[in-house]
Design a protein around this ligand. Structure first.
Ligand code: SDX
Length: 377
């Protein structure tokens, strides 16, 4: 029984997993042994989701069947859409998503079935409906009618179609698909760990994913990406970037999109997203945002690189989505559109050898004493 105490469980091994490998010193990330760079180059989000759920790559026939199952699960239950429409459209998109996932559970005939067979089926439904829900939230925020999914499109192309009303070109769909691959899993971040604490009690999958969404919403975790793009847009002019960052650092403020509990070098996902951000900036003939990002990156690394603070996945994801026409408020929900695959994979894996999470505390309160009657206090 370990008596070690580590704030925020830093460095504590909370479980064994065969899903994701991270080397924070070397900047290595791999899903089931496959480097993220190779998945970003050769795979798709659907194939990567299958890889995580089954811990192996699919055959062509299996992938075809998986894609068909995902497409069939895209449409939302009428009542779920009606509840979403009844909620304040300008509420936090992550809070709306968290509510909608809970509502989904009321229309699942077997919500409490946590067998691996049931969870794999629920995973397909949740992967599909997280995308449909996020697109609907994005439309309703603009007082636009949600758009029904198109089963003939890929998962990523369909998301962009449901959000914008226009079928994306192959290049835009591919960039978005790679962004989903990059964010699909990451071992035990706060959201995954929170979800597994709930899963370890054998609670239902909707409670598990609601817990994950609640944790991801925080600005120290998934909420950072929205803060990054808002900062880049607020800087507005490359000539202002260095001084803007120097002033924030002088005020000891954290720069969103930088630093990581595990990576003490460049986040490998950020390297890939940086290339896409540059590519999209050139295609848009709008190099301004990318130039600002470069100056921010150099200024922060010059100041904090020695402390192991480098860009993380959230630094470039914002501009990639911005260039794809996605508003900043949807960035964290889009993180969930991807990470639902990892959350479900970890739930299935952990429950295959479940142990209730119940850490302890080092007691630092008063010594044992006695109750004091109120008139003697
Ligand atoms: C994600 O865990 C995951 O895997 C998450 C994620 C995933 O895929 O699920 O990778 C996704 O959440 C990425 C992280 C997104 N969050 C941000 O970009 C928010 C800004 N980053 C930080 O708040 C911070 O880096 C954390 C929270 C991400 C990690 O912080 P730690 O490990 O708790 O480190 P710390 O807060 O103890 O900081 C150590 C030192 C401190 O300085 P000192 O007090 O020692 O002088 O580094 C400084 C911090 O002030 N520091 C920063 C900084 N991050 C850390 N200083 C300025 N800017 C920053 N961003």
């Amino acid at each position: 029984m370990s008596t070690e105490f580590s704030r925020g469980l830093e460095g504590v091994i909370a479980a064994e997993s065969a899903l994701t490998y991270i080397d924070g010193q070397k900047g290595i990330l791999a899903y089931v042994g496959i480097p993220i760079e190779e998945l970003a180059e050769h795979s798709t989000f659907e194939e990567t989701a299958f890889l995580l759920l089954h811990r192996r790559l699919p055959t062509r026939a299996e992938l075809q069947k998986f894609q068909e199952e995902l497409a069939s699960q895209r449409p939302l239950h009428t009542h779920v859409m009606n509840v979403l429409k009844a909620l304040p459209h300008q509420a936090s998109p992550m809070a709306l998503l968290r509510t909608a996932i809970s509502v989904l559970g009321h229309f699942d005939p077997t919500p409490d079935d946590v067998s691996s067979t049931a969870l794999r089926e629920k995973a397909i439904k949740l992967i599909s409906q997280m995308a449909t829900l996020t697109a609907a939230i994005g439309r309703l925020r603009k007082d636009q009618e949600p758009i029904a999914p198109d089963p003939t499109l890929s998962h990523s192309a369909n998301f962009l179609y449901m959000l914008t009303g226009k079928k994306p070109d192959a290049a835009a769909a591919r960039v978005f698909d790679v962004a989903l691959i990059l964010q699909a899993d990451h071992e035990f971040p706060a959201s995954t760990f929170a979800s597994l604490v709930v899963a370890s009690t054998l609670s239902d999958v909707y409670s598990v994913i609601s817990a994950a969404l609640g944790a991801l919403k925080g600005p120290l975790h998934g909420g950072a990406s929205e803060q990054v793009i808002k900062m880049i847009l607020e800087i507005g002019d490359p000539a202002r970037a260095e001084q803007y960052i120097q002033e924030k650092l002088a005020r000891h403020e954290r720069i969103m999109g930088f630093g990581h509990r595990v990576y003490k070098t460049y986040d490998p996902r950020a390297r890939i997203l940086k290339r896409y951000s540059h590519q999209l900036a050139q295609q848009a003939h709008d190099a301004r945002l990318f130039e600002i990002e470069q100056i921010v990156e150099k200024t922060v690394i010059d100041a904090l690189g020695a402390k192991g603070i480098f860009p993380n996945v959230d630094f470039y994801s914002g501009t990639v989505c911005y260039y794809l026409g996605i508003e900043p408020a949807l960035l964290t929900p889009i993180f969930a559109v991807s990470r639902i695959a990892g959350w479900m994979a970890h739930m299935i894996e952990y429950l295959s050898d479940n142990r209730l999470f119940r850490p302890t505390t080092r007691y630092v309160g008063p010594p044992l004493g006695h109750y004091i009657p109120i008139d003697q206090r």
